[in-house]
Design a protein around this ligand. Structure first.
Ligand SMILES: [Zn+2]
Length: 464
């Protein structure tokens, strides 16, 4: 542990900050950083403007509002790199966990989405993002299945957190929200770009459902659109081995090889999952600098074979960019990135049958700075760094899981605790969770509305 020296943005040095985040331990999660003790983080206009000793910053700015204090640990706001914000939320933990793979998607998830109204979308996104925020998540990548993007954007605004957002993208005849032509699908994505243009916290991304549920023309054109707009694109690929079988049958090539040959991969691409990858696919993903969102709880809940086939740690060790995600409320269910971080570390060790492999420190990197790098946003989020967005999660260390305090706060954070230890959350400089409660939305009113909408959705979608 080190006592912090002062890092300051010269333009804000003199004025009173909007907020001082105070903690007995700060994990900046910058590369090669060590924990700072008795530190404070100054926030002005949504940005981190100084990091230094708590005593010095409190003395310089006696009038600044503060949050945290002794018995608090500050970490960067966590990044959830793959989360469905609609569809599953209102039928949370309702899809049986003993169904064949296709049935859970086509008998449950797709009909639930098809029956979703705009009101359902906004409520679902708000609920999901409240859960995420209360567990320390300040940035969420929507996974590519949104029918009413403006309503999901309203959910982001209601909770006050950031993320990326696209529109439902597939060109599969006879399915809900399908475009008849590639242009129709892409027009919807362009609409989201317009909707999010200039937004402080939410970026428009191009999103496709992916798998083998997209034509070659669509995925190539969608990737080009993201490139042209300077944004990211995300879609699902190979969480189970069924995409491999479908692509081999249709193209004679492994999925990622086929997509690379189409020119659809690149550093702007975040693949959801990539659990079942052949050697030639790992090679092409590394060559094209394509990133992967890794959602280990979903693969366990759905029995998709990550313990046998997953190559994410090998991919990371070869320089691949990986970010951790939580997926959906019927695929891993809990929106708790810290829980997924612990599982990432545990699976890596167990699959290698070697306790020296990976570990809590490396795993946490892939929910913070490493995740930001996978999203192409490392200059903006992922670490507590002067100049970056003031996205900070503050953990209360008075709970039993924190007694006694370990000299290694990352070991204790990852292995002993989870999102429930998070007490306050700052997103773009605004306190969006205080004492475990969202500050901008009424959680009780949301719960009443959710129970009603759940009933209505189950009836309209003929679910269960
Ligand atoms: Zn997904």
């Amino acid at each position: 542990m080190t006592t912090p020296s002062m890092f300051e943005s010269p333009t804000h040095a003199a004025s009173t900050p909007d907020l001082l985040v105070v903690a007995d331990t700060v994990l900046t999660m910058e590369r090669h950083s060590t924990p700072l003790t008795d530190a404070a983080i100054a926030v002005t206009d949504g940005r981190i403007t100084a990091i230094g000793s708590a005593a010095a910053l409190l003395a310089t700015h006696p009038d600044a509002p503060t949050i945290g204090g002794p018995n608090h640990l500050a970490i960067p706001g966590l990044i959830n790199a793959h989360q469905h914000l609609t569809g599953d939320r209102l039928i949370r933990s309702m899809i049986p966990d003993d169904l064949e793979a296709g049935r859970s998607i086509f008998e449950w998830a797709v009909p639930a989405h098809a029956a979703h109204t705009g009101d359902d979308d906004e409520l679902s996104a708000t609920l999901s993002l409240v859960e995420a925020a209360c567990n320390g998540v300040t940035f969420t990548v929507e996974a590519g299945t949104v029918a009413h993007p403006s309503r999901v954007l309203a959910g982001f605004d209601a909770v006050g957190v950031g993320g990326t957002l696209g529109s439902w993208g597939w060109d599969v005849a006879g399915q809900p929200w399908a475009g008849d032509t590639v242009d129709q699908v892409l027009d919807r994505q362009r609409e989201v770009q317009r909707l999010t243009s200039g937004h402080e916290r939410v970026d428009g991304w191009v999103t496709l459902v992916g798998h083998d549920l997209m034509s070659d023309e669509l995925v190539a054109a969608a990737s080009d659109l993201a490139r042209a707009k300077g944004t990211g694109i995300t879609f699902h690929l190979s969480p189970s081995d069924s995409d491999t079988a479908a692509y081999l049958d249709r193209t004679g090539k492994h999925p990622a090889v086929h997509l690379a040959d189409l020119g659809a991969l690149g550093s702007h691409v975040l693949l959801g999952h990539g659990v079942h990858l052949a050697d030639d696919e790992v090679e092409r993903l590394l060559d094209t600098d394509t990133a992967i969102a890794y959602c280990p709880w979903a693969y366990l809940r759905l029995g998709q074979g990550v313990t046998r086939a997953g190559r994410h740690i090998e991919f990371i060790d070869q320089g691949g960019r990986v970010a951790i995600g939580c997926d959906a409320e019927n695929a891993g269910d809990a929106i708790d990135v810290l829980g997924a971080v612990a599982l990432t570390a545990g699976l890596a060790k167990d699959m290698a049958m070697d306790p020296t492999v990976f570990g809590a420190h490396r795993a946490l990197h892939h929910a913070t700075l490493g995740a930001a790098e996978a999203l192409g946003m490392a200059d903006e989020i992922g670490s507590i760094t002067v100049g970056k967005r003031a996205d900070i999660a503050i953990v209360d260390t008075t709970g039993p899981e924190w007694v006694p305090r370990s000299p290694d706060p990352i070991l204790q954070l990852v292995w002993a605790s989870d999102g429930r230890s998070v007490s306050h959350v700052v997103s773009s400089g605004r306190v969006v969770v205080r004492d475990g409660e969202p500050t901008l939305v009424d959680r009780t009113a949301l719960a009443v509305e959710a129970q009603e909408r759940h009933r209505s959705l189950v009836e309209r979608g003929h679910l269960g």
